[in-house]
Ligand binder design. Structure first.
Ligand code: GLN
Length: 369
């Protein structure tokens, strides 16, 4: 479909900067924190990742939609981003196995897309100015009205968002005759994390985020997992107290991303909002314990502060980011507890870090025997 048949659309940033594009699909306006993902592939997995709830996503890949969507390549049951901003949106797709077009997928999910935006300039702008809120609109070019709406949007800092995406009822995942039982505290879990554990002999019960350790123990698990999720970990004091109980339970505990941040906070460490988050599939991380590098998938806007980690008597730094030296993994010195900031489950992304699932399942094996 040629551009001239599509309506004008606009991105207005909190600092007043505007970028123009074209409407794709549904009409409307949407707000959120603007962020960008540099991955060259895996758009469906990114759009359905619950950790992106409340964020407007700018994709830097040149083409979005060209391979359609496929039912089983989801990280949750729906699109979780607040809206998509891209350069070239493909109205046609070509792929054996695709069940749907990306256009229809966004329409069915009631989410906005705008294309033909100068995403290189937009990304350079938000990269240098830092994370901020934005509004996208395909229905009005009244910038003052859009700015007024934008002013009502709360900052990501201080927002608890897991309750918007986490399950409210416990459910099971995997084969009930599997070797290990793993209790998952759901803060917005990506499905590929559950798939990785299921492939390694784990049967999981995924618990709502307000579940106490006692309730998890009543299911007689062999270990505990704390999931990824959206929002600011510092705004989750109730969850921190559950996580603290989990850390002190004696069970093997593993946490990914938000789960990692909450384990850190439960041990008295701090998190802070990054100038610009890490979102992509080529982030280099050093495993300090082995000296090996790994290329990782990342999606985080908050990070654990390094100073306190280095001074902490009980915590050992296990992974660090090779671009900005940030904390990427920790373990407790005297407890079977470890966590990483990045996404070893990938989807999308490289498989370098899958060994972390093997290591945790080995811990489950040891604690069971
Ligand atoms: N993927 C995640 O779990 C993200 C954690 C947290 N919401 C952050 O942005 O840092």
């Amino acid at each position: 479909m040629a551009n001239f048949t599509r309506k004008k659309a606009v991105v207005v940033l909190q600092d007043g900067t505007t970028f123009w594009g074209r409407s794709v699909g549904l009409e409307g306006s949407s707000t959120g924190e603007i962020c960008f993902n540099t991955g060259m592939t895996g758009y469906q997995e990114i759009f359905t990742d619950p950790s992106y709830y409340g964020q407007l996503m700018v994709t830097t890949n040149a083409h979005i939609g060209n391979y359609g969507v496929k039912d089983d390549e989801v990280e949750s049951d729906s699109i979780k981003i607040a809206g998509l901003i891209c350069k070239n949106f493909s109205f046609d797709h070509s792929r054996v196995g695709a069940n749907n077009s990306l256009l229809k997928y966004f329409e069915e999910n009631g989410k906005l897309v705008i294309s033909d935006v100068d995403t290189r300039a937009l990304v350079r702008h938000i990269r240098s100015k830092g994370a901020m809120n934005a509004i996208i609109s395909t229905e009005t070019d009244d910038l003052e009205a859009l700015k007024a709406l934008l002013n009502e949007v709360p900052s990501m800092e201080g927002l608890e968002l897991s309750s918007k995406v986490a399950t409210t009822e416990a459910y099971y995942f995997g084969d009930e005759n599997a070797t290990y039982k793993l209790a998952v505290l759901d803060l917005g879990v990506k499905r590929n994390i559950l798939r990785h554990f299921a492939n390694r002999g784990c049967y999981m019960k995924v618990f709502p985020m307000d579940t106490s350790l006692e309730e998890m123990k009543a299911w007689a698990p062999d270990g505990l997992f704390i999931s990824n999720g959206p929002g600011d970990p510092a705004a989750m004091q109730n969850t921190v107290s559950i996580v603290n109980d989990m850390v002190n339970s004696g069970y093997p505990v593993f946490g990914i991303c938000l789960g990692h941040q909450l384990i850190a906070i439960s041990q008295g460490l701090n998190t802070y909002k990054m100038h610009q988050g890490h979102r992509g599939i080529n982030h280099p991380v050093l495993n300090i314990l082995t000296g090996k590098g790994e290329i990782t998938t990342q999606n985080h806007g908050f990070v654990v502060s390094m100073d306190a980690v280095e001074e902490h008597a009980e915590i050992e730094l296990t992974h660090r980011h090779l671009n900005d030296d940030g904390v990427q993994g920790i373990r407790l010195k005297n407890k079977p507890v470890s966590s990483v900031q990045y996404h070893p489950e990938a989807f999308p992304g490289p498989h370098d870090s899958e060994y972390l699932f093997d290591q945790f399942v080995e811990q489950l094996k040891q604690s069971k025997s």
